[in-house]
Design a protein around this ligand. Structure first.
Ligand SMILES: [Zn+2]
Length: 487
C-alpha cells in the first residue's frame, strides 16, 4: 500500500463519528418478487423433491439398461428441443422421460486401444465390467482384431449371462440388427463384431473354432441363452436359399423354434398378437437388416416402445426377476450419415421406450439405467431465437447456417459455407454440414451422460468409467460382494 493511500485511509478513520452519521443510509434497490414466478416456483419444487429423495440401498429384482447408441449430451439437448417442438411445446424447457430421473453421472467411454470407442467395446465395457479393444465384445483386451486366436481364453461373462445363472430371465431389444454390436453385448463373445453370419467369417476363424454371432445367440447353452431377443437382421439367420445370407445352409429360426413354446416373429402384427402370458422364448426379426426410421413410410415393423413393452411383459413372468437391454440404435446410424433430424427423432423414440419401462416397473425393485456407448460429433451452435426450430438456421441471408452441424461425415464432402435456407435445413433427408468430409461420420469421444432410478441408482454420480456401470448393475442384482465372474 502506498504512503498516499495509507494517509487517505488514516484521514477517513479519524473523521469524527458525527460526520459519518450525517450521511443518510441509501435505500436498497427495489427488486421483483419471484415467489410467484412460474419458473422460480418450479425450481423450488424441484429442489424440495431432490432434498426429500432417499437413496434406495437395497437389491434389485430387475435391471433394465437402455442404450442410446451415439447419444452424447449434444444429442440429448438437441433431441429434447426437437421432442418438445414436435409436440407444439417450448423445446428448450421440455423434459425427456429419462431426464426426470433422480441420479446422473458422466461416463468415460474410451476403449483399451483407442481414445474414441466403437459400439463394440462401448457396450462390452458396460455389460462385462472390463474394457476391450475396438471391435471386440464379451472378451477382455487380450484378443487380436479379426483373429479367432485367444478369443476363448479372453472370454468374460456378460451381466445378462450372470443374471441367467442367478435364475433370472434375460433379453435384448434393439432397432438395429440383433447381431449388431450393442445387443451382442448381452450374449456374444468375439474379437470381431462384423462376424455376424457365417458368410462373414474367414475360413481360418472357422477352422480355429469361432462361430458367427447369429449362431452364438441361438446356440448358447440353455442356462445362458436369452429368453427374448428382438430387432432386425433376419438375413443372418436364414440360408441363402431362403432369402438369407447364410452359406452353411442352416435355418437358425427353425433351431430357435425347437425350444419349448418358442416363437419367431417377423412382423408388427405378430408381435401385437403374441400372448405374453403363455409364450416361450421369443426371437423377433422384423427386418432383413436394421429397422427403418419411424419417420419413413410405415412398414410392418414394431416401434422400440412396443418391443420394450412386450419384452417386459414376457420377462416379468419370472418371479426371480430379469435383465433387459434396450437399444435405440438408429441415433448412431443417422448421425453417421449427418442426418441430424432422423437421429434426434430416435432420441425421442428412446425416451418413449423409457416411459413405458418406468410405467411398467416398480422403482423399489427395478434399477433402470440410461446411457450411451459413445457420443457423436454433433454440435448445437448459433443464436437462433428461443422459438426457432432446432433443425432450422441461425443468421440471415448469405450468412445463414444450420444450428446443427458435425465435426466429420458426408456433410463435409460438398463444402458450403453459408446461405442455407430454413426450407433446405428443415426438409427430411437434409445432410447437415460437417467440417471434414468423410463417407461416414466418426464417433465422438467426450464423456456421455448416465441417468438412473431404483435400487443402487444413488451410486450413479460423479465422473465414472463406463465399466463402473457394470458394478452398479451387479451390486443391484447380486449384492455388495465382488461379483462372481466365473460360473
Ligand atoms: Zn456408430
Amino acid at each position: 500500500m502506498s504512503v498516499r493511500v495509507l494517509s487517505l485511509l488514516f484521514a477517513t478513520l479519524s473523521l469524527p463519528l458525527s460526520a459519518i452519521a450525517q450521511t443518510a443510509p441509501s435505500p436498497l434497490p427495489a427488486t421483483r418478487d419471484l415467489t410467484q414466478d412460474a419458473g422460480f416456483k418450479a425450481q423450488k419444487a424441484a429442489i424440495d423433491a431432490a432434498a426429500a429423495q432417499m437413496p434406495n440401498t437395497g437389491r434389485a429384482k430387475n435391471v433394465i439398461l437402455f442404450i442410446g447408441d451415439g447419444m452424447g449430451i449434444n444429442s440429448v439437448t438437441a433431441g429434447r428441443i426437437m421432442a418438445g417442438q414436435v409436440r407444439g411445446q417450448d423445446g428448450a424447457s421440455y423434459v425427456l422421460s429419462f431426464e426426470a430421473l433422480p441420479y446422473t453421472a458422466f461416463s468415460k467411454t474410451f476403449s483399451a486401444n483407442n481414445l474414441v470407442t466403437d459400439s463394440a467395446n462401448g457396450i462390452s465395457a458396460i455389460t462385462t465390467g472390463v474394457k476391450t479393444i475396438n471391435g471386440a465384445i464379451g472378451v477382455n483386451a487380450d484378443v487380436k482384431s479379426k483373429s479367432c486366436d485367444g478369443v476363448e481364453a479372453a472370454r468374460v461373462m456378460t451381466i445378462a449371462e450372470q443374471a441367467k445363472l442367478s435364475g433370472r430371465s434375460a433379453g435384448a431389444v434393439t432397432t438395429s440388427g440383433i447381431t449388431d454390436a450393442t445387443p451382442v453385448g448381452t450374449y456374444g463373445h468375439t474379437s470381431t463384431r462384423n462376424w455376424r453370419s457365417d458368410a462373414d467369417l474367414p475360413p481360418e476363424a472357422v477352422a480355429a473354432g469361432c462361430t458367427d454371432l447369429a449362431r452364438q445367440l441361438v446356440q448358447a447353452p440353455a442356462a445362458l441363452r436369452l429368453d427374448v431377443a428382438m430387432g432386425g437382421d433376419l438375413e443372418d439367420f436364414l440360408p441363402v436359399t431362403a432369402g438369407g445370407v447364410r452359406k452353411d445352409g442352416r435355418d437358425l429360426t427353425a433351431e430357435w423354434k425347437a425350444q419349448k413354446n418358442a416363437a419367431v416373429l417377423t412382423g408388427k402384427a405378430q408381435l401385437e398378437a403374441l400372448n405374453t402370458k403363455t409364450a416361450g422364448p421369443v426371437l423377433g426379426l422384423f427386418s432383413k437388416g436394421d429397422l427403418p426410421s419411424p419417420l419413413d413410410k410405415p412398414q410392418d415393423v414394431p416401434g422400440l416402445d412396443e418391443m420394450t413393452a412386450k419384452a417386459i411383459d414376457l420377462l416379468s413372468r419370472n418371479d426371480k426377476g430379469y435383465f433387459l437391454l434396450v437399444e435405440s440404435a438408429s441415433i448412431d446410424k443417422w448421425h453417421h450419415k449427418n442426418d441430424a433430424h432422423r437421429a434426434l427423432h430416435d432420441v425421442d423414440e428412446l425416451a418413449k421406450a423409457v416411459s413405458i419401462a418406468l410405467a411398467k416397473t416398480d422403482p423399489s425393485d427395478t434399477l433402470i439405467l440410461i446411457t450411451a456407448d459413445h457420443s457423436h460429433g454433433l454440435t448445437l451452435s448459433g443464436y437462433a431465437p428461443r422459438d426457432g426450430r432446432i433443425d432450422g438456421v441461425s443468421g440471415q441471408g448469405d450468412k445463414a447456417y444450420p444450428l446443427l452441424s458435425y465435426a466429420t461425415g458426408p456433410g463435409g464432402e460438398h463444402p458450403h459455407t453459408g446461405g442455407y435456407t430454413a426450407e433446405e435445413t428443415e426438409a427430411l433427408g437434409f445432410t447437415n454440414p460437417a467440417l471434414f468430409g468423410m463417407s461416414s461420420a466418426a464417433h465422438g469421444g467426450e464423456d456421455v451422460p448416465v441417468y438412473a432410478r431404483g435400487p443402487q441408482a444413488y451410486l450413479v454420480r460423479s465422473t465414472v468409467d463406463s465399466t463402473y456401470l457394470y458394478q452398479v448393475m451387479a451390486r443391484a442384482l447380486f449384492g455388495a460382494e465382488t461379483p462372481k465372474t466365473k460360473p
